[in-house]
Design a protein around this ligand. Structure first.
Ligand code: ADP
Ligand code: MG
Ligand code: ZN
Length: 205
């Protein structure tokens, strides 16, 4: 069933790794399928051979998905069938380029519901493009937290474990864990000047 007369909708699900973004995306997409909407899903190609045809969560939920290299490939796969598609799901959107934002807005102009999941920040704690721009244009933003692996508090950060500083390191078991604001160490043990200032203010124990 096509919804071309509706204004379309952008829903962005964000937060750190392990916060349940993929689970929530899959839950929403499966509900759309139950409602007999035509759902098409995409994920970036991260050279993970085991996930090549699906979106997968750490909790083992999956939904079939096209694996695409970039926004151009996503558009190429989608446009020939766009008339029949009601709902579009995109996982790990932080690995797409900035042109994804324009494409998503174009899709809403065609009456589509677009569900996007992606990391809000990098392992350095910086905004992870193009997610901030997607948050700005979204109809609905869902910010999820994980559980801090050191203290159990709500975790808003993704901690890189080990020495590599490459922005894109995926599929490496144990390379990341969720951390709360206090336990997060973006620069591997070195104190950030900002943290030291906060210590002086008695904010950090
Ligand atoms: P995301 O897509 O945000 O990385 P997923 O949806 O793939 O998250 O996985 C969420 C699941 O990960 C949780 O339901 C839980 O089973 C598992 N998990 C593993 N480590 C953590 C953690 N530190 N905090 C919360 N959930 C965790
Ligand atoms: Mg995920
Ligand atoms: Zn903590």
């Amino acid at each position: 069933m096509s919804q071309d007369s509706s204004p379309g909708r952008i829903e962005v699900i964000t937060g750190p790794m392990f916060s349940g973004k993929s689970e929530e995306l899959i839950r929403r997409l499966k509900r759309a399928q139950i409602a007999r909407r035509c759902v098409l899903c995409f994920r970036p190609d991260l050279n993970l051979s085991s996930y090549r045809t699906s979106i997968a969560s750490h909790g083992a939920q999956t939904i079939n998905a096209y694996v695409v290299a970039n926004t151009g490939e996503l558009k190429e796969a989608l446009l020939p069938v766009i008339q029949d598609v009601d709902v579009i799901g995109i996982d790990d959107a932080q690995f797409f380029d900035a042109s994804l934002v324009r494409l998503v807005i174009e899709l809403t102009h065609m009456g589509k519901r677009v569900l996007i999941s992606g990391l809000d920040t990098t392992f350095a704690g910086e905004p992870f493009p193009p997610i901030p721009d997607l948050l700005a244009v979204a109809d609905e933003v869902v910010k999820l937290s994980a559980v801090c692996m050191l203290c159990g508090a709500p975790a808003v950060h993704t901690q890189r474990l080990g020495p590599s500083q490459s922005l894109v390191l995926v599929g490496t078991e144990g390379a990341y864990e969720a951390r709360c604001r206090l336990c997060f160490q973006p620069y591997h043990g070195e104190h950030e000047p900002e943290q030291l200032e906060m210590q002086g203010l008695g904010v950090r124990s």
